[in-house]
Design a protein around this ligand. Structure first.
Ligand code: CMC
Length: 425
């Protein structure tokens, strides 16, 4: 029972409607508006700016204070002391693993890294120059064809196996997307390597040459995955939940999430940052692009700046910036002109009144794009990397929903079209 209540009075009515208010552990209270339908009224909130679509125990964000917690643990501490697979376990199970649980989890993920050989045939249907996210949507969706009849989503064990398969196979598929694009043979995963080392191995090694993986780059890759692991009800996670609410196959739901992630306002921003830097081209043109970003008649936005939720520094960006400095130092790229320009742009935007007044700070994608470029990952693959990192979050949300009480997600609308009219003649 909710102790607090909100009262809604509608013009023309003497009675006010009592609406329960629920308190979360932390964060804003929510007003339960479900009874409005019985009054013939809906709420109106395009973009879900003020709407909580579910309750969740996975991730908490305080955008004003720059706080991000996974199962209560601050992202800075996880980035410092944990790793991607441990955070994946945490998101899925709610607690950090014991030493034995962690070893078991790493082994289990390792046992699922290969994809069915048949899946390689799917790639041949794509043009070699297709956008990697288009191919990723297709091949992840295709996984549902391999694991459908054997998967009962009402069975918690089946859901767990689906989660393991997804976390394990995403880097394999991401690397296959890259190899297909450049015309090199697919590399099989190596389970003697860590998750991130294995990913870099499948990306950059070939059957004829297997170079050792730099620990600094593997660590940076792990941080990129970890910092993207979950972000509560963002557009792609909400898409996964929405698709999942129909009882659809989880691999197909994740493919839907990948489609939602692709856009430049969401996961596509890291790719857009690099394209923007290339377009700016030289430090001398930064002012011109800053003016464009502030001009309301110009659709241009400074990519990698601003966030729907964070109106102060994105806590992930702080960690990413530190990691970015380490990677640039390791690779001797501190003097790379494009990276120097990015740092200058960041400084100018941080001091700019327009950006300060609107709480527009560099987000995680500003730095992740720079790190990924430095590691040698092609720009068009950046969002595929984001998708790989976000997979444990997507599947943890899907699992939380399917394992609890849920209804099919079915928003309503304010209809502004024609009233009923007769077909002419
Ligand atoms: N450059 C210039 N102006 C901006 C920018 C930007 N990047 N972002 C927001 N604004 C302005 C916007 O014009 C508006 O100004 P005004 O109040 O004068 O009309 C104000 O700031 C608020 O913007 P909004 O569009 O109402 O904010 P939103 O919450 O709907 O959009 C956003 C959030 C992330 C889509 C937007 O900031 C943006 O387009 N940023 C660039 C793309 C980007 O970096 N996206 C990655 C987000 S982080 C990764 C992820 O979570 O997927």
């Amino acid at each position: 029972m909710a102790d607090k209540k909100a009262y809604l009075k509608i013009d023309g009515s003497d009675e006010s409607l009592e609406l329960p208010i629920y308190e979360g552990t932390i964060g804003p209270d929510v007003i339960d508006v479900r009874s409005l339908t019985a009054q013939g009224k809906f709420t109106y909130d395009p973009g879900f700016v003020s709407t909580a679509a579910c309750d969740s125990k996975i991730t908490y964000i305080d955008g004003g204070k720059g706080v991000l917690l996974h199962r209560g643990y601050p992202i800075e501490q996880l980035a410092d002391k944990s790793d991607f697979l441990e955070v994946s376990f945490l998101l899925l199970h709610g607690e950090l693993p014991t030493k034995e649980e962690k070893e078991e989890f790493v082994k289990t993920i390792g046992s699922h890294t290969m994809v069915n050989e048949q899946l390689a045939s799917f790639f041949k249907g794509f043009r070699r120059d297709a956008h990697p996210m288009a191919v990723m949507c297709g091949v992840v969706g295709a996984l549902s064809a391999f694991y459908h009849d054997s998967l009962d989503i009402t069975n918690a064990k089946h859901r767990e196996i689906a989660a393991h398969r997804l976390i394990a196979k995403m880097p394999t598929l991401a690397a296959m997307v890259y190899k297909y694009n450049i015309g090199q043979p697919f590399m099989y995963p190596r389970n003697d390597l860590s998750y991130s080392e294995n990913f870099l191995h499948m990306m950059f090694n070939t059957p004829c040459e297997q170079k050792p993986i730099s620990p600094v780059l593997a660590n940076a890759m792990d941080k990129v995955f970890l910092l993207h692991a979950d972000h509560e009800q963002n557009a792609s996670t909400s898409t996964v939940r929405m698709a999942g609410s129909t009882g659809a196959n989880p691999f197909a739901c994740i493919a839907a999430g990948i489609a939602a992630l692709w856009g430049p306002a969401h996961g596509g921003a890291n790719e857009a940052v690099l394209k923007m830097l290339a377009e700016i081209g030289d430090e001398s043109r930064i002012d011109e692009f800053m003016a464009k970003a502030k001009d309301k008649s110009d659709p241009f936005r400074l990519m990698g700046f601003g966030h729907r939720v964070y109106k102060s520094y994105d806590p992930r960006a702080v960690v990413m910036k530190k990691c970015c400095d380490e990677v640039l130092l390791e690779l001797g790229l501190q003097d790379d002109p494009m990276l120097k320009m990015a740092m200058k742009l960041e400084k100018i935007a941080l001091e700019d009144e327009y950006f300060k007044a609107r709480g527009l700070y560099p987000n995680v994608d500003f730095y992740s794009g720079i790190i990924l470029k430095a590691i040698g990952i092609p720009t068009e693959l950046f969002t595929v990397i984001f998708a790989t990192g976000r997979t444990p979050g997507w599947i943890a949300h899907w699992n939380e929903m399917i394992g609890g009480d849920y209804r099919i997600a079915r928003p309503r609308q304010l209809y502004t079209g024609h009233a009923k009219r007769d077909y002419p003649g």
